[in-house]
Ligand binder design. Structure first.
Ligand code: NOJ
Ligand code: MG
Length: 528
């Protein structure tokens, strides 16, 4: 396997709490994941993904469902043990599946021993591991910064009479990345997992790693390019609190640690316009992140101009030689079938998996899962920011428990009788079968898997079209995102026919280019 295995890879995101529960406590666990590896890779029926990424499984008081970590080098008891994790990593590797963990370097839980020490007194050696500041004159918070989930970013601590900073929930105090001891501690965390065989990390919320050292007030938000997301839509331009230039020192530090171990990958998460995100991929092949999520496609309306713009910006603005990373949903966002409509699920799958890029597939998308009806979700919600709807359990079969759990699931299932893995596995016309065919096509066609991208404009209204090319293989990709049949006017391509590689429909065999009409929401990939 190549050292740069992630180029063009498909990464499958597991939200561990909701994937599969082996011990019947209603909460997904490592043993549950281990039982379902066949779904991911290794058999004829598998999806064939290249890697699995687990959202956090570390001990946590669950104020942010694992993104508030109280111990970076252990597994929460409800998910299993370190031994089980070692066995899971080995089982993944046995079937050629890479294993990524979630690294949350910018904040800990309030219950982390580092924070307990830090808050115990102003002269504790770990005081400066977090960001403490006096009240501003007039006794308010030190700056006007707002947290990603609302409210001020500052929390008053009455013991030592200072405020501490939290970019997310108050239970997630921000680490002080200007302190070299913090950087060294996080490097040890990474090494701990790399030595256990972890192939890389998805790196959480990295744009929040560094804040202005003068704590200057943020101006009101008037940036037309700000994209919605975590931290980008709080009514102010996070000029001084996010995406500071010094964040690149932090990323380079993480990259240097990753480079101590061959073949490991860092996938950065930052809700930024792609022109700013591009800087997170550094200058040259061994600088900063290997990959960084581009959320512009996820945030795009299902509309021809918007999707075109998202794709063009991505292709134009990624540094040469770097791979865009697309996700169309995740545990923070509404599911794609809910956002864009169920009828578009097949077209969305085709879009994600035929573009040049690393595709990150959120568990459940392959069977077209939708968000839970808010009225059916628990009140008060588990997640105060309202993200329970996209976190409901995976639907493995048609039983009421969906094959997820024999106990009472921590969140209700949405519709296992209508949408589940078992039924779709048996149905060649299912969405699951389409995902499997699309991923297989990326394996069998080097151009689709790892080729370059060149857009072709003006083929027909509502039709997105591009060419993927590698080593002499050319694949023409067309996707009708509208609900009318569209006849394509292709530019001269040097041949007048090709062969269908994969389609959202049942088409196969020869394709006559002069005579191509796409059905509503149909996607076709044709080898020229
Ligand atoms: C991004 C994670 O995806 C989200 O779930 C979490 O709440 C924030 N980062 C804070 O860690
Ligand atoms: Mg369990």
């Amino acid at each position: 396997m190549s050292d740069r295995w992630w180029e063009g890879a498909v990464i499958y995101q597991v939200y561990p709490r909701s994937f599969a529960d082996a011990d019947g406590d209603g909460i997904g666990d490592l043993a549950g994941i281990a039982r379902h590896l066949d779904h991911l890779r290794g058999t004829d029926d598998s999806l064939g993904v290249d890697a699995i990424w687990l959202s956090p499984i570390y001990p946590s008081p669950l104020h942010d469902f694992g993104y508030d970590i109280s111990d970076y080098t252990d597994v929460a008891a409800e998910y299993g043990t370190l031994d089980e994790l070692d066995a899971l990593i080995a089982a993944c590797h046995d079937r050629g599946l890479r294993f990524l963990m979630d690294l949350v370097p910018c904040h800990t839980s309030v219950e982390h021993p580092w924070f307990a020490e830090s808050r115990s007194s102003r002269d504790n050696p770990r005081r400066d591991w977090y960001i403490w500041a006096d009240a501003s004159t007039g006794s308010g918070p030190p700056s006007n910064w707002t947290a990603a989930f609302g409210g001020p970013s500052w929390e008053w601590d009455s013991v030592t009479e200072q405020y501490y900073l939290h970019s997310f929930y108050p239970e997630q105090p921000d680490l002080n990345w200007r302190n070299p001891d913090v950087a060294a501690a996080m490097a040890e965390v990474m090494r701990f997992w790399f030595r256990r065989g972890v192939d890389g990390f998805r790196v959480d919320a990295i744009f929040a790693a560094i804040k202005d050292d003068h704590l200057r007030d943020n101006p009101p938000d008037r940036r037309p390019s700000a994209i919605p997301g975590l931290g980008g839509d709080t009514g102010q331009d996070p000029l001084w609190s996010m995406n500071r230039p010094e964040v690149h020192h932090v990323i380079r530090h993480l990259r240097r640690v990753a480079s101590e171990f061959p073949g490991r990958v860092l996938v950065g998460e930052a809700y930024l316009p792609v022109e700013e995100l591009a800087g997170y991929l550094g200058h040259g092949a061994d600088d900063e992140f290997h990959l960084a999520f581009n959320f512009e496609l996820l945030h795009s309306p299902w509309e021809h101009q918007h999707l075109t713009l998202a794709i063009e910006r991505s292709e134009a603005l990624h540094p040469a030689g770097m791979w865009p990373t697309y996700a169309l949903s995740n545990h923070d966002q509404s599911r794609q079938a809910t956002r864009w409509g169920r009828e578009r699920a097949r077209a969305a799958a085709f879009l994600l998996l035929t573009l040049r890029g690393v595709a990150v597939l959120y568990a459940g998308e392959e069977i077209g899962m939708v968000d839970a009806d808010p009225a059916l979700l628990p009140t008060p919600p588990f997640d105060r920011a309202g993200r329970d709807g996209c976190r409901t359990p995976m639907q493995w079969d048609a039983s009421p428990g969906g094959g997820f759990s024999t106990g009472t699931p921590w969140l209700p299932l949405v519709d296992p009788a209508t949408r589940n893995v078992l039924d779709q596995r048996a149905d060649p016309a299912s969405l699951l079968a389409l995902y499997r065919r699309l991923i297989a096509a990326r394996e069998s066609s080097p151009a689709l898997g790892r080729g370059g991208h060149r857009s072709i404009f003006g083929v027909a209204p509502d039709v997105l079209c591009w060419l993927r090319e590698l080593d002499g293989e050319r694949v023409l990709v067309m996707l009708n995102i509208g609900d009318e049949e569209r006849r394509c006017e292709l530019p001269p391509l040097g041949v007048d026919s090709g062969e269908f590689v994969v389609a959202t429909s049942e088409r196969s065999g020869r394709a006559m280019l002069a005579d191509l009409a796409l059905d509503p929401l149909e996607g076709l990939a044709v080898r020229l």
